[in-house]
Design a protein around this ligand. Sequence first.
Ligand code: IVH
Length: 673
Amino acid sequence: MTEPALRQQIVTLREQIDEHNYRYYVLDEPSVPDAEYDRLMAQLRRLEQAHPELVSADSPTQRVGATPLAAFDSVAHEVPMLSLDNAFDAADLRDFDRRVHERLGLAAEQPVIYACEPKLDGSAVSLLYEQGVLVRGATRGDGSTGEDITQNVRTIDSIPLKLRGGGWPQRLEVRGEIYMPKASFEALNERARAEGSKTFVNPRNAAAGSLRQLDARITASRKLEMCAYSVGLAEGGGLPPTHSEILYQLQQWGLRINAEMAVVEGVEACLDYYQRLGAKRNELPYEIDGIVFKVDELALQQRLGFVSRAPRWAIAHKFPAQEEMTELLGVEFQVGRTGAVTPVARLKPVFVGGVTVSNATLHNMDEVERLGVMIGDTVIIRRAGDVIPQVVSVVEARRPADACPVELPRSCPVCGAAVERAEGEAAARCSGGVSCGAQRKEAIKHFASRKALDIDGLGDRLVELLVDKGLVQNLPDLFSLQHPQVAGLERMGDKSADNLLAAIEASKATTLPRFLYALGIREVGEATARTLAQHFGELEAIQTADEGALLAVPDVGPVVAQHIAVFFQQPHNLEVIAALRAAGVHWPAIEAPGADTQPLAGKTYVLTGTLEVMSRNDAKARLQELGAKVAGSVSAKTDCVVAGPGAGSKLKKAEELGIPVLDEAGLLALLEG
Ligand code: IVH
């Protein structure tokens, strides 16, 4: 290839990759599959390796530098990075609005126009673009001086190395928040727990910690994202006259802005927005700790000015805290379905994340050691969204003199069998197996649960009662329960006994994926059960598959394959399965995926907003059972959007693209029939 042709090919590849990045990160509408993106990157890498003289700093291959730093340089902010005043309730926010009116000399009934944005819980960043090229990234520091983290911000894919289009100021400083999405945070901590290394308290600390790495390769591995929320310095070029238009302009230049951003009139509309986002808070893929309201018009912002370190034209309306302090009263050990013995913290009740919490998981003894927690300690509890409450750290300064260590019991608190800890495993386990009452109870609860055989009315308490009374010892016993036995139980009458027995009878007609899931094989969740059923078609084939055959199933790795094989090697488990089938548990044969069994095959669905009858996860699983693909964002390839209350940009997009939209009732009708 001639040199100009080669140069041209490299430029074209870079443009294609930048375009895909823009669509993926900024517009949230991926345009090509990951594999295609990877191919383009590999091709560019190959060409650049063969012709190092053609490598440029803004090439997408140059995000991760090779040499770690010795220390961070400091950066003086030319325009100080301010912080925000807080409002803790509606009255505070109305006061803020009143002050804005007074200072601007506006009549009370004349509404101020505000831009509303989620307050992302991460780390503030300043990005300096000169001639459209990213030349420096800095932390906020104390607001006047921060640290130079250029090589780390370059690793974040949602930060463009050069701006798109044109017309930008020659020196443009974009400000925003770098944050770690909830899923990345959970995965990072999960990995840390498995490796026995330190976990992060919350996504904010994880983001800040990841940004302050001297070795950019570590930052690159952490899956951080960035969202722009303002402009600091702008020299040699103009900007639009309102905050919201500036953000839209930044978006066109290739920066990500928050999809929830809205412009509203007046403080009451701000309060509505706060309520609406508050209801959505748990569903958002990132953590927010409040809403920021900003006077939209820059001319008005200028008239309002600043007090000390905060602007008078903006305020952060906070959500209830997700972390609080309380006292660890004791630690109990719970035995789960697979025998795992889990330490559970008993706490002095504390209001956190919107509910009163009196128990929190301590995961396992490694975690207890890592936290260094003792009974009597003051601990920090975190409850974010629907995640179970966690003990995230200990306030050692408050440790009382009589604090005592947490000890793993030698024998199972339920059945008395020895508690064992396998080499390399974090969990301690009760060795009692099916003879342990706790394991049996948990196995039965799981078997009856909604995603398993879905036995209506057979809740946790009733299972406890049935096992305690000796009416049910193992799974097949459920199917020989008799009316008088059930009707004689506490708080059970004739009618409820009838209902329960009818529900048990009805549960016999199930599906192979549900049955597999219901067996409670370690590491076999709903999704794995579904792929196993699809892959093998029938139970017998799964029962007899060796680890090699299991490894051929998509998503089944060596650990899962081993758990499955071991499960089906246990004579007891085979007896239980035979007895269940003898009792009448059955399922339709799985046909090769075709038009009949997979009515939604080849269709792409997107779920958005709140579903009220079923959870989003259930809706997703049911759609997948019918063959649909469930995607995270709306694009021209979407066939249908299911929108519940609170749906925002995805719904808007669907309407713009003319994609059919269903509400939850419509979805239920579709799933029914
Ligand atoms: S505006 C002068 N907007 O909250 C205005 N800040 O104390 C300065 N933050 O550390 C900030 N999301 O990093 C603004 N949408 C948003 C924000 C936001 C998060 C952070 C910011 C700063 C703190 C404000």
